[in-house]
Design a binder for this molecule. Structure first.
Ligand code: F6P
Length: 357
């Protein structure tokens, strides 16, 4: 008999359901009896004891279903030690729920912030297993997070659609792509969509270099230019600011997103007709693609195996094509960013993609 608590926390993504299904199927195939407690809206459910007992049937037919059957919410790690408005100690409340239900372990699906809280619960003595979700692919210790490839598909499709209209109207287009502080999603969708300029947070841009790349294309008879811009893209000047100064600058920004600021500067300098497309949360929507279905099924099954062994305190990552338990203490709090010197960047440069630097 195994008693498992499960929750999905932070921004949602494709394949959360597929991953939970993998865990439950992996367990059901190996133990006669399991009790599954599904906590609603991430850590909130664990804090306030808001849960439902689920059976293996609840996890059937959800492989292709987007979102999360448990709901999700953001519970910032930095506020976990801060009592709620009623003075409730959130960490103690989570421990209380865990011990009250006499759980063998908590299976926690989430991104970087979620992982930090999972590690905190581990330090507090709870048995936890973390599964790496996010469209941003920024979790240290795993080559791939589930949600990422499905989001790459969507963002690439946006660039494909923009391509045809940009070509007809001979316009410059910016497609702004999610990814938080890192550029994985923009890099992959940008290359897959044939973007001419790709701007990433990891490679600060020079606006004159971007304009130069656009003008070079015009001179070469190319009627349009597509820029794939990460939502966290940053100019060389802004990269020199302290974290605090940059945060302040962002708070005072007039435009709703970085792409509009870049578009304005390009328009001023080149006089070109330029449009901005921001697909936003569409990139997290819908069901998982086949890649993510395979990845999440494998990670889920590997998590079940770990539970059966009773070995906790790990994230189940994918390393060189193999699922692998990675100690949470080695990865929590670390960010996986794009290496500007990596071969993918070099190869993109080799085919003429400009990174605006
Ligand atoms: O971490 C996933 C992500 O979609 C990021 O790419 C994006 O910056 C952020 O979440 C958006 O957060 P929210 O859903 O809270 O607006």
């Amino acid at each position: 008999m195994k008693k498992i608590g499960m929750l999905t926390s932070g921004g949602d993504c494709q394949a959360l359901n597929a991953t939970m299904r993998g865990v439950v199927k992996g367990l059901c195939s190996n133990v006669d009896e399991i009790e599954i407690y599904g906590f609603y809206e991430g850590y909130k459910g664990l804090i306030y004891g808001n849960y439902r007992m689920l059976s293996s049937r609840d996890f059937s037919g959800i492989l292709t279903k987007g979102g999360t059957i448990l709901g999700s919410s953001r519970q910032p790690f930095k506020l976990m030690r801060v009592p709620d408005e009623d003075g409730l100690d959130k960490v103690e409340a989570m421990k209380h729920t865990y011990y009250k239900l006499n759980l063998d372990c908590l299976v926690i699906l989430g991104g970087n912030g979620t992982q930090k809280t999972a590690n905190l619960l581990r330090e507090e003595g709870l048995n936890v297993i973390h599964l790496p979700k996010t469209i941003d692919n920024d979790i240290y210790g795993t080559d791939m997070t589930f949600g990422f490839q499905s989001a790459v598909d969507i963002a690439t499709n946006v660039i494909d659609c923009i391509h045809t209209t940009a070509d007809s109207h001979r316009r410059v287009f910016i497609v702004e792509i999610m990814g938080h502080k890192v550029g994985w999603l923009t890099l992959h969708a940008g290359i897959a969509g044939g973007a001419d300029v790709i701007l990433l947070p990891e490679i600060p841009y020079d606006i004159d270099k971007i304009c130069n790349a656009i003008e070079q294309r015009s001179k070469a008879g190319k009627g349009f230019t597509i820029l794939a811009v990460a939502e966290g893209a940053i100019s060389k000047e802004d990269a020199m600011l302290s974290k605090k100064e940059y945060k302040k600058k962002l708070a005072n920004r007039k435009q709703p997103a970085v792409s509009y600021e870049i578009a304005e500067k390009i328009r001023e300098r080149t006089g070109m007709d330029i449009r901005v497309t921001v697909p936003g949360h569409m990139q997290r929507g819908g069901g998982p693609d086949p890649y993510d279905r395979v990845l999440s099924t494998r990670l889920g099954a590997a998590a079940a195996k770990q539970i059966l062994k009773g070995k906790y305190g790990v994230m189940i990552g994918m390393v060189n094509g193999e699922s692998k338990p990675v100690p949470l203490e080695e990865v929590a709090g670390k960010l996986k960013a794009v290496d500007p010197e990596s071969s993918i960047i070099k190869e993109a440069r080799d085919i003429g993609i400009s990174f605006g630097d």
